[in-house]
Design a protein around this ligand. Structure first.
Ligand SMILES: [Mg+2]
Length: 217
């Protein structure tokens, strides 16, 4: 072997040892993990919740407004009393208001993913003075672009919204009275889920559970 060939072989061995990381610390060992903000006293894990995705019919109102109105896309002719009754009366409406105040004041975003018409959902919420807790672009009805794009598969709509906002599994919860929708969301491991078992929408217990920041999940 000529001197040049020996030199080439030595360089090759050195290059190999360098590339294989011989004698160096493993650079892929990352120890800096993102730190979470300390939980507020008495509100365990409250800071982990960032967004709640509610179904509408039979979750926020106690009745199924879409079915009750024959699938109408305009409910402006309905009386104020119709909406008060639909939401379970004045006392429940006040409780819902406190629920949404608590969440929004804690920085939690409230969103609706529903098979009802967007305009009907908005009109209904307006008539019982709950609309202010929902940003205009956070209500997705059957006629919304995103619901159409995902063929009404709610957990896909939720997943898209979560990705857009950089929200993780633990930071979102989907609330629905439909076992089918809840099961699909849970199976897709999109976010946490809460099935409304009662026939009459979100109960006191359900609201307390969401407000507790999901500490029991
Ligand atoms: Mg429903």
């Amino acid at each position: 072997m000529s001197i040049n060939k020996k030199k080439d072989a030595l360089l090759l061995v050195m290059a190999f040892l360098f590339a294989s990381g011989c004698g160096t610390d493993d650079p892929l060992t990352i120890t800096d993990k993102p730190t979470k903000k300390a939980a507020l006293k008495g509100e365990v894990n409250q800071d982990t919740l960032r967004i709640v995705f509610y179904d509408f019919d039979r979750t926020i109102p106690v009745i199924h407004i879409f079915h009750e109105t024959g699938g109408a896309d305009d409910v402006s002719n309905k009386s104020d009393q119709f909406f008060v009754d639909a939401f379970g009366g004045k006392e429940r409406i006040n409780r819902l208001k406190r629920h949404f105040v608590r969440l929004t004041q804690a920085g939690v975003k409230c969103s609706i993913v529903s098979y009802g018409y967007t305009s009907v959902i908005k009109e209904s919420l307006e008539r019982v003075d709950l609309i202010d807790f929902f940003e205009a672009d956070s209500i997705y009805g059957r006629d919304s672009e995103v619901m159409r794009r995902f063929h009404g598969i709610k957990h896909k709509v939720i997943s898209k919204e979560m990705r857009l906002r950089g929200v993780g599994y633990e930071e979102a919860i989907f609330v629905d009275d439909s076992q089918k929708n809840i099961k699909a969301c849970a199976e897709a491991k999109t976010c946490q889920t809460l099935h409304i078992h009662e026939e009459d929408g979100l109960t006191e217990e359900n609201m307390v559970f969401i407000e507790s920041g999901l500490k029991n999940k």
